[in-house]
Every structure is written in C-alpha cells, then in structure tokens.
Design a protein around this ligand. Structure first.
Ligand code: NCD
Ligand code: ZN
Length: 412
C-alpha cells in the first residue's frame, strides 16, 4: 500500500501514476499500481512537475525583520512551488563566522518551511572557512568588494570540500558609465585564478559578455557553473524604468533590451546551469532610499513557465540542476527521488505584490499576466500548499554533500 498516488501528465509527457511511500517516489508508471492511502487526480489543464530548488535567496530576518523573516520568505517560496532554498549571508549581522553560521542554522531549523542550505560570507580570517563549513555552510559567497581575496579563499574552500559562489562585478566600475563592462572584467580576473577542479558558481550572470566568457572557460577548467535570474532574462532597464522608476535598482543592474534578448537565446542553447530568483526583499521606503533587489519567490516558477512555455527546460534549470548541485535526490519525477512535487494549473492570474506572503512589494513584474499557476505543492509527499494555505512540515539542512536516506545506504 502506497501513501499517495498522483495521476496526471508529468511536464509535457503522458499521463502517469506517481506513487509515493515514506516521502519518496517509488514508482512512475502508465498503469495504476496497487492501492494507496490517498489519491490525487489532476485535471486536463494541470500537470505535475518537480518542486524547484532556488540557489539564491535573501531571507533577511535578524535585525531586518521589517524586510523579510525566515518564516515569510520560506512560506513565499512554498507558495511559489520551491521546496529548497539557499540563503545568502549579507544579513544584519552578517553570517561570516562559524558562530553566526550556527546561529543562522538554529533560526532556519526552527522557522523555515523549506529545506535550506547556507552560504557563508567572507570571514575575517581564512582559517574560519573550514569552521563555517563544519558548522553547516555549504558554500562561501563573495561580493564585489571581497573579490580581491578570491584566490586565497578559493584555496580554503577547495581544501574544505566546500563550494564557492561569486558576485562577479568589478567594484570600481559599478554605478559608472562603464557599468555594463564590470561583469566581464571581474569574470576574466576570476577565470585567471581558477584551477582544474575549482567549484565556482557565478551568481546572477547579467551580461551576454560575462556568460560567454564563463561558457568558454568551462570547456577547459574547473567545475564552473552559472545562475541566471528572472529580471536579467525577462526585464530590461528601460521597461523597468517605465514601470517602477527609481525603485528599479538591483545588483547587478538591469541591462539593455538587446542584452536580455541575447541572454534568452543563450539560455535556449543551454549556456546557463541554473535559474535562481535572487529574491531580495526590501520595504517600500528602503526601495525609495535606493536599496537594490526585488522579491520573486512567489512567481519566479510561473514566470519562467509563462515566458518559455517549456516545462522540461524549467524543470532542468530550476529543479534538477540546482538540486543535483546541492547533492540532493530531488528535482525529477522519477523512482528514487524525493516526492517534492508541484501541481501546475494552466490558468491566468496577475502578479499582485499586495497579495504576496513575502514582505517585499516592489517588482517590475507587478501586473504581468501569468499563464501557469501553482495549484498544489507536496514536500516529501505531504501537502505544504493547497492553493490557499501554506503548512509546515519537517525541514532539513542541506550541506552540499550527498546524503544518506533515512532507509539507509541509498544516497538521495
Ligand atoms: C542584494 C540584497 O538586497 O541583499 N540585492 C540585490 O540587488 N541583489 C544585495 C546585493 O547583491 O547587492
Ligand atoms: Zn543576491
């Protein structure tokens, strides 16, 4: 007897029965297989896909509860079909020591609705890197002012078996007339310093130039990966300016229309590894004071589906690839994978920030019509979103190393 069986189309594929036991997908077949304690039958306008893993999320909390809390941010992720998030360390206070990593893990353990992974920030002393890893951080994240320490810190992360993520923009060029070149310049500098086995992820790549440099380097050296964010693919500076004026600020900046068109073509050629929201919520007042970033968790999956009409591509870039990167058996609707699943409905709705669970309100995507909606979310086979309410289940800290499953032996 299975715990649950879901019947419906899987992404663009045929209708199948997906059977779940103890939180895992144990069977996917065209024929119904045995009995289940519960059954979910999708309508013809719905399909099933894996839940998403978002590698780039600012959950705030600590002294910035006005902007977002771990609770509001992760609830917003669940409502958006995302069951695993990787938190960023530029909190107040920063997560840049083993002690702060421990504190952050404690907070996430008690308040998070999603599974979570942690980036640690650049520490005062390089010796702290391994300790931050031992305390639970899977990666080190460097911001533009810290890129001078890249080489030394990369040695530490490599030694500790930890990943590195970089915001690659030449600090001195940000905000100048040469701002669009800042990324290419920083990327080239970093690429000169990576070795054959360096595990470096380029966060929110925003220019076609930066992306092609990384793609070229990737063929010869290292485990280099790239994220691309919704606003750099599907928004440009001019359009955002018309829609939200001075509050359009984000790091890296929005670029030209021709750049985002190029980025979309590159995406279709498979240049980017991961789609990541860079969910960066601020209060409306802070946005008018110049704070960079937008909330996105609640609509980034529907937006990606709407703009591409390609559930397989979305599942690869937003579910399977980021989960694999984190060492998780998640992100595919397949036997042996965790039953983190989303029922997507083909129906129209409008992005309305006033209705967000997130505390962030300012996004240039406000008012856009989505043609896909998140109807239901399962996490380890349990309902965590029924289309209206988000509910809490057990969550785990993701350390980036392949994990043992609860039933022993099998890595998940
Ligand atoms: C980030 C934030 O708000 O934390 N903002 C953003 O625009 N991505 C910080 C940053 O990357 O500068
Ligand atoms: Zn960010």
């Amino acid at each position: 007897m299975f715990d649950l069986a879901v019947y419906g189309r899987v992404c663009g594929g045929p209708k199948s029965w997906v059977s779940v036991e103890e939180g895992m997908i144990v069977r996917v077949s065209r024929e119904r297989a045995g009995k289940s304690a519960a059954e979910m039958v999708l309508s013809d306008s719905q399909f099933l896909m894996p839940a998403a893993t978002d590698l780039h999320v600012h959950l705030r909390d600590f002294a910035q509860k006005k902007k977002e809390t771990v609770e509001t941010g992760t609830k917003s992720a669940i409502a958006g079909g995302i069951t695993t998030v990787a938190d960023m360390p530029n909190t107040d206070p920063k997560v840049d020591s083993a002690r702060m990593v421990e504190k952050r893990v404690d907070l996430l353990r008690s308040d998070s609705y999603t599974d979570f992974a942690l980036h640690a920030g650049a520490p005062d002393s390089p010796q702290e890197v391994a300790k931050m890893h031992a305390a639970g951080a899977f990666a080190l994240k460097l911001y533009p002012p810290e890129l001078g320490g890249f080489h030394e810190l990369l040695k530490e992360t490599s030694r500790a078996g930890m990943k590195m993520a970089v915001h690659a923009e030449e600090f001195a060029l940000i905000g100048t007339e040469s701002a669009p070149l800042a990324e290419g310049v920083a990327v080239r500098k970093i690429l000169q310093q990576v070795g054959q086995r360096s595990d470096v992820r380029f966060a929110h790549v925003s220019t076609a130039d930066g992306a092609s440099e990384i793609a070229r380097a990737r063929r010869i050296a290292g485990r280099l990966t790239m994220e691309v964010s919704p606003h750099h693919l599907f928004m440009d500076e001019e359009m955002a300016d018309k829609r939200i004026g001075v509050t359009k600020k984000v790091n890296p900046s929005l670029r030209s229309r021709s750049n985002s068109a190029k980025m979309r073509r590159m995406m279709l050629r498979g240049i980017f590894d991961f789609y990541a929201s860079d969910h960066a919520p601020h209060t409306v007042e802070d946005k008018f004071q110049g704070s960079p970033g937008f909330p996105a968790l609640e609509f980034s999956l529907p937006l990606f589906l709407t703009k591409t009409d390609d559930p397989e591509l979305v599942a690869r870039m937003y579910c399977e690839a980021p989960a694999t990167y984190l060492g998780l058996r998640k992100g595919r609707v397949r036997k042996g994978y965790t039953a983190d699943l989303v029922v997507v409905g083909r129906r129209d709705w409008k992005i309305d920030p006033e209705k967000f669970v997130s505390k962030g309100r300012v996004t240039p995507f406000a008012g856009e019509t989505m043609r896909y909606a998140i109807d239901h979310v399962l996490k380890a086979g349990k309902t965590v979103f029924d289309g209206r309410r988000v509910t809490k289940t057990e969550t785990v800290l993701v350390t980036g190393r392949p994990q043992k499953s609860s039933r022993g032996g099998v890595s998940r």
